[in-house]
Design a protein around this ligand. Structure first.
Ligand SMILES: Cc1cc2nc3c(=O)[nH]c(=O)nc-3n(C[C@H](O)[C@H](O)[C@H](O)COP(=O)(O)OP(=O)(O)OC[C@H]3O[C@@H](n4cnc5c(N)ncnc54)[C@H](O)[C@@H]3O)c2cc1C
Ligand SMILES: *[C@@H]1O[C@H](CO)[C@@H](O)[C@H](O)[C@H]1NC(C)=O
Ligand SMILES: *[C@@H]1O[C@H](CO)[C@@H](O)[C@H](O)[C@H]1NC(C)=O
Ligand SMILES: *[C@@H]1O[C@H](CO)[C@@H](O)[C@H](O)[C@H]1NC(C)=O
Ligand SMILES: CC(=O)N[C@H]1CO[C@H](CO)[C@@H](O)[C@@H]1O
Length: 475
């Protein structure tokens, strides 16, 4: 079928026949007949104009979109313009393993809740059209086996992001998508007939070419240039800002705990600017102490949900940590009193309340923060001190003084507002034949493969919509 269709692509008349057959679902049964020869011998057509799609950006969204557009409309001239290396973020993601998607949310409504920007809008058709299961089955049917880890993140069985890249690049080549690298799309305008006129700069030489295109898919990620292109076409841009970052906390004693992981804490963000209580500003999960502050999944999720508030507060705020979220404060205090009786003759530093999973290193931090010497005996801790240790474990405040320097989980919130596109087609509501997919949209997910899923889903929807339009315009 592949061969027949590409033959058809060069003979537009034959293409219409192909299309008719394709539409009536009979094509697959016909490929073995000698009609291919018939096609080549009956070239009588007025050649229809060749349509062109340019995809700005060879990232996850752009490449996946291009492949799917070309899968549907083989005659469509599909060109990806990439200023750097294609799929470079796929390569480095997940520590080189690539968290392709998150396979834990069978329910798309629950899946949508992992998107601080987009959680309302993505509850609709978006993931139903192409969700994590569709992505996983696409990859596995194209030779990339995936496995789902306990927390839901899906990785290639090979543990290497190269399997994902190799698969996508081989699809690009096999399907005849043209990948043009070291080219920067610098400006766009709409011509009177409705086509786009792109200005493309060759890097690093700087020679400029102008290209007319019928369909434009902007999948430029969080690149400033991409926002510029979108606004040149009439779109507004929600102010871009970082999401998924760690918290800088200036606490020399905390620094001594650097490297310690707490498997389950409850973290809450308190900001002066917050009038109402926002449920997502409380997160439960693992937390990690670093040498500049706090990190780990619970903190990253909190940073994502709090991204806007933290941005406007200049990354200042108060973090309240409950180190023992499964135990009520009163029963914790009772247990501490019991511990005091039981271990009365021991030094506090030598006998930490292990039943709560408190490690010795953390216990000595707690004692220090309480102003207690580790050398005193349990018996000599006053009831008041004991109660405030209990309160500290349940409600330990840290002053956030900034955003961590770590960029490993970096994702951008903001971009083209979802209200300006139709999520069931990824089509612009402002400019016709313009499409968006991926991080350029005002969508971002928490850690765990959700950002890539946004790119796959958006790329698929945009690509298949464009492919469908290109088929229609040929028929
Ligand atoms: C270090 C790191 C690790 C990450 N890990 C994960 C993870 O494990 N799981 C997850 O889900 N997400 C992860 N992310 C986020 C994820 O990489 C992005 O959400 C995803 O790559 C977005 O895909 P995209 O195709 O929209 O944009 P991108 O992947 O950013 O691709 C956009 C492409 O467009 C090109 N481009 C932009 N403007 C132009 C122009 N004017 N002309 C030509 N080319 C242009 C860029 O060079 C780029 O290659 C990670 C991000 C980083 C930085
Ligand atoms: C991939 O990584 C996981 C987790 O680190 C490990 O359990 C598994 O054995 C690795 N697989 C291969 C093929 O290296
Ligand atoms: C791409 O073009 C824009 C606008 O001219 C420019 O700001 C940007 O630096 C260019 N990018 C590269 C990689 O040259
Ligand atoms: C210590 O304080 C707690 C809480 O106020 C109280 O329940 C307990 O009886 C007190 N114990 C002693 C020994 O005073
Ligand atoms: C965004 C995300 O979930 N990244 C994770 C991908 O997986 C690696 C482990 O291989 C984690 O370190 C990343 O945090």
């Amino acid at each position: 079928m592949r061969q027949t269709m590409s033959m058809a692509a060069v003979i537009p008349n034959c293409f219409s026949l192909c299309l008719a057959l394709f539409n009536s679902h009979k094509l697959t049964t016909l490929v073995s007949t000698p009609w291919k020869r018939t096609c080549t011998t009956h070239v009588i057509c007025h050649a229809k104009k060749e349509e062109k799609l340019v995809v700005v950006g060879g990232g996850a969204a752009g490449v996946y979109g291009a492949i799917h557009a070309k899968t549907i409309a083989r005659h469509l001239n599909v060109i990806i313009v990439e200023k750097g290396k294609p799929l470079s973020k796929v390569k480095i993601s997940g520590g080189g393993r690539c968290n392709v998607t998150n396979g834990h949310c069978a329910d798309n409504l629950i899946l949508a809740e992992n998107y601080p920007r987009g959680h309302k809008e993505l509850r609709g058709s978006f993931f139903n059209v192409h969700g994590p299961e569709d992505t996983m089955s696409w990859f596995s049917s194209h030779g990339v086996e995936l496995k789902i880890e306990d927390d839901g993140r899906a990785f290639p069985v090979s543990n290497s992001s190269s399997s994902v890249i190799d698969c996508l690049m081989s699809e690009v080549n096999q399907r005849g998508v043209s990948m043009q690298t070291k080219k920067n799309v610098t400006a766009v305008s709409v011509l009177p007939g409705g086509k786009f006129l792109l200005e493309i700069k060759q890097l690093p030489a700087g020679s400029i070419e102008h290209v007319e295109v019928d369909y434009l898919l902007i999948a430029s990620g969080s690149n400033r240039q991409g926002y510029e292109l979108a606004s040149q076409l009439g779109h507004s841009i929600v102010e871009p800002m970082p999401s998924l970052f760690t918290f800088k906390i200036e606490d020399l004693r905390l620094r001594e705990l650097s490297g310690v992981t707490f498997p389950k804490v409850k973290v809450r963000l308190k900001l002066d600017s917050l009038q109402k209580n926002i449920p997502q500003l409380t997160q439960v999960g693992p937390m990690l102490v670093t040498h500049w502050g706090l990190s780990g999944p619970a903190i990253l999720r909190l940073s994502a949900w709090g991204a806007r508030f933290l941005f406007s507060s200049g990354y200042k705020g108060r973090l309240v940590v409950d180190f023992i979220p499964d135990v009520h404060v009163e029963s914790l205090k009772t247990s501490l009193s019991r511990h005091k009786l039981q271990f009365a003759k021991q030094k506090v530093i030598n006998s930490c309340p292990l039943e709560f999973g408190i490690t010795k290193r953390f216990w000595s931090y707690v004692l220090e923060r309480q102003g207690l010497s580790g050398d005193i005996l349990w018996a000599s801790i006053s009831n008041n001190s004991l109660m405030s240790i209990g309160s500290l474990l349940k409600e330990c405040a840290f002053e956030i003084t900034g955003k961590g320097p770590f960029k490993d989980e970096f994702v951008t919130a903001g971009g083209v507002p979802l209200s300006e596109i139709s999520l069931n087609t990824m089509k612009s509501k402002i400019c016709s034949n313009l499409f968006f997919a991926g991080e350029i949209l005002n969508v971002d997910g928490v850690t765990g493969g959700f950002n890539f899923q946004n790119a796959w889903s958006g790329g698929f929807i945009a690509g298949t919509t464009i492919g469908g339009l290109a088929l229609q315009s040929q028929s």
